[in-house]
Design a protein around this ligand. Structure first.
Ligand code: KG4
Ligand code: ZN
Length: 333
């Protein structure tokens, strides 16, 4: 959660992590098959101060050493958002630090500016504007054209379920625990291609929108029609679903980059932890002179470092007395 701007300064440089402490409710979510808003708030309340203390300890920082405090102001569940925003407002006031309210979705994209292992020749590639951003998470599937830091045009997004939701709901239908996206992808590795056929929703629509709820329904119908599915059939269906998702994401994202004549695509969000999606994008981009960026797996899922990274490039400050959480914040408005 604490940062140094690396090498060549704030606008072109990469961001270095001093500490990135994450409190997860994964076990509780697996037990109840999803996120229960009340419970998420209670967990947030319990862990927020220990997480702040631990991140300062790991970064070997005192509050005095901080340049600013960044916090997610939305979108998300109102309870956990309020706890985060009110805690950040209080600390900013008490410690006398600037407060920066970050759009969580921008936070995901900014994970691409965080220091990674050098790719080749010891260089750290840095995304350059203009670029296309693809955000794929449990709650969002969005394409944006980023013209500069925090300056973007919304290109399109899902009209119904997010891609992560499609992964998770289909995983549940296949008997996998919540959130099943990663497990479904693992199951797909032992699947045989061509055993099932699912639609590629909106693959040929002449826009940058997506639709994933029909895909989930098609999975439900196949499971019902062929019941009971063998373990091999479950893997075959998982493979076909993952293929369908990948094909649609790749087609729309490459089309967005070509339409807007950009040479860089950044991918972000929990579903970007799926390296098959990233590899498929890289393969499709290879002959188009387009470079694909994706954060390392641990920075794809929700974390504080990405929020701090987005804040580092954000110029507008929030008022510690009036900043409000907005559960409905989005790219579109
Ligand atoms: O961004 P995130 O951590 O939370 C928000 O939605 O904000 O994303 C979580 C989503 C879940 O739907 C999860 O199943 C999915 O990311 N996910 C994956 C993989 N890893 C996480 N989906 C497919 N393949 C994966 N390897
Ligand atoms: Zn998220």
């Amino acid at each position: 959660m604490s940062f140094d701007s690396a090498q060549d300064g704030k606008t072109g440089g990469r961001v270095k992590i001093l500490s990135n402490v994450v409190a997860s409710s994964a076990e509780i979510q697996a037990k109840y098959g999803g996120v229960i808003p009340e419970q998420a708030s209670r967990e947030q309340l319990k862990s927020i101060i220990p997480v702040i203390e631990e991140s300062l300890r790991q970064a070997q920082c005192k509050p005095d050493d901080l340049d600013a405090i960044a916090v997610t102001r939305g979108p998300g569940l109102i309870g956990p958002l309020l706890i985060g925003v009110e805690t950040a407002k209080t600390l900013a006031q008490v410690w006398g630090k600037p407060l920066i309210g970050v759009n969580h979705l921008m936070g995901h994209l900014y994970a691409n500016w965080i220091d990674q292992k050098p790719l080749r020749h010891n260089t750290y590639p840095i995304p350059h504007f203009p670029l296309v951003g693809l955000l794929i998470s449990g709650g969002h599937t969005d394409l944006v054209l980023m013209k500069d830091h925090h300056s973007y045009e919304y290109l399109g997004g899902t009209r119904d379920d997010a891609v992560g939701e499609c992964f998770d709901k289909s995983a549940r239908l296949l008997g996998l625990p919540y959130p099943g996206g990663a497990l479904l992808s693992k199951l797909a590795d032992s699947g045989k291609p061509g055993e099932f056929k699912l639609p590629r929703p909106m693959a040929n629509s002449q826009d940058f929108d997506f639709s994933f709820s029909g895909l989930k329904t098609a999975v439900a119908n196949l499971i019902k029609d062929r019941a009971p599915l063998t373990d091999q059939q479950k893997a075959d269906l998982a493979l076909e679903l993952e293929q369908a998702i990948i094909e649609v994401l790749v087609k729309k994202t490459i089309a967005a980059a070509k339409t807007h004549k950009v040479e860089q695509i950044i991918v972000a969000g929990g579903v970007a932890a799926n390296r098959k999606i990233i590899e498929a994008l890289k393969t499709a981009a290879m002959h188009q002179n387009i470079t694909i960026f994706a954060p390392p797996v641990e920075l794809c899922t929700d974390n504080g470092a990405m929020i701090a990274a987005a804040a580092l490039f954000q110029t507008d400050q929030a008022d510690p007395l009036t900043l409000q959480a907005n559960p409905n914040l989005s790219f579109a408005y």
